[in-house]
Design a protein around this ligand. Sequence first.
Ligand SMILES: [Fe+2]
Ligand SMILES: [Fe+2]
Length: 261
Amino acid sequence: MPTIAHVSDLHIGKSAANDEAARALAQALLAARVDEVLVSGDVTHRGRVEELRTFRRLFAPLRDRVALVPGNHDRLGDDAGRWMMAGRVQVRAGEGLHLVRVDSTAPHNRHSLLDGHGELSHGDVAQVEEALAVAAPGALTVVMLHHHLHELPEDGFWERVSTRLGWPNAGELALGEHLLGRLLGRCDLVLHGHRHATSESTLALGSARPLRIFNAGASPELGRVRVLRHGGGRLRAVGWLDCRDWARQALAWEEGAPAAA
Ligand SMILES: [Fe+2]
Ligand SMILES: [Fe+2]
């Protein structure tokens, strides 16, 4: 059964140690032979072209398996995010997987890190619905974007300060819950980042088509990547790949029976 590795918030260029952790991560993904590498934004730290080049170099052996969306950090500097996606919503349909990539960044992200919150319009939501409507029957349907759709606890000092001051940068997308409502029954997974701590939740649990929401967290900081195994249009198993030592990379399943690859 095919596997998806969900990577996020690489922040390439943040520090030498961070980039070394990203290199180990790419090597571990290669050694684990994951089928898809979905990167939910903040690929670069300062939006520099040079940082994007470093990412491409580190992930070159995985190039054909990688799909990106931009994050707010990718809009800084040289606006590296503009090479990650054209348009607000794009579909990548593969065997058994229907991926809808959504650009949740906005022009205000160009200004400063304090303007890191995302933006989603009613037009974007309509485009996502159209993109989901053309999914092949039996495909796992995934929406990937950088910013979170529902309220999450603050995971750092500055986020707590921002929330107390009423600033929007730590908050969820204003139309996030509206989009979630439109995804129910039409989509299987939402993959996002932005918040650097991992999280997961499930909507419509127990229904014929529950909606799973995963935040990858900042993958190099964590030194591990969530791996999802799917088949027949359903999520079959969820595990974590330890990437700190790629030569001894270990995939531990925490949910579902891992079927033979
Ligand atoms: Fe980030
Ligand atoms: Fe972010």
